[in-house]
Design a binder for this molecule. Sequence first.
Ligand code: PNS
Length: 165
Amino acid sequence: MRRAVCPGSFDPITNGHLDIISRASKLFDEVVVAVGVNKSKNRLFSAEERMQMLRDVCDGYGNVQVDGFDGLLTSFCAERGIHAIVKGLRAVSDFDYELQMAQMNASLADVETVFVPTSPEYSFLASSLVKEVATFGGDVSGLVPPLVHELLVERLAANAEAEGR
Ligand code: PNS
């Protein structure tokens, strides 16, 4: 059984993430989308909310499951018998850091990192940019799945109201 993990923060999932997950699901028998639940980071959506959004948007893929992980990704892989990590590469600028992480992860456990080039139409996409644009009223409806867009707009409006903006 060829099993892989697609790790990330997914705050929130974008169409770029979904493209990588979908392509990984064709390359591997089983794909676990692993949401980093590190509590120290300031997130727009809670780990549970991010996992639920992923479950909803990945529902159509029979071989994709969603889980959370805390601590080292390699520990999660070892616990699950996973030996492949799938990462999307948007541009050369992603490569330096991703290569460093891939090599560190390979030194920690029996895991290979498989880099999948991001589809050109998503090469500028990042959750952080999507949130920034949406915060200032920009239209991000084409950049995230519809249900994520709905939740994003709702959450940003609630935050703005709470902050008296
Ligand atoms: O979506 P992101 O924020 O780019 O995801 C980064 C993530 C969660 C994949 C990465 O930070 C990670 O693997 N964190 C787990 C902690 C860990 O294993 N650190 C050592 C990496 S070499």
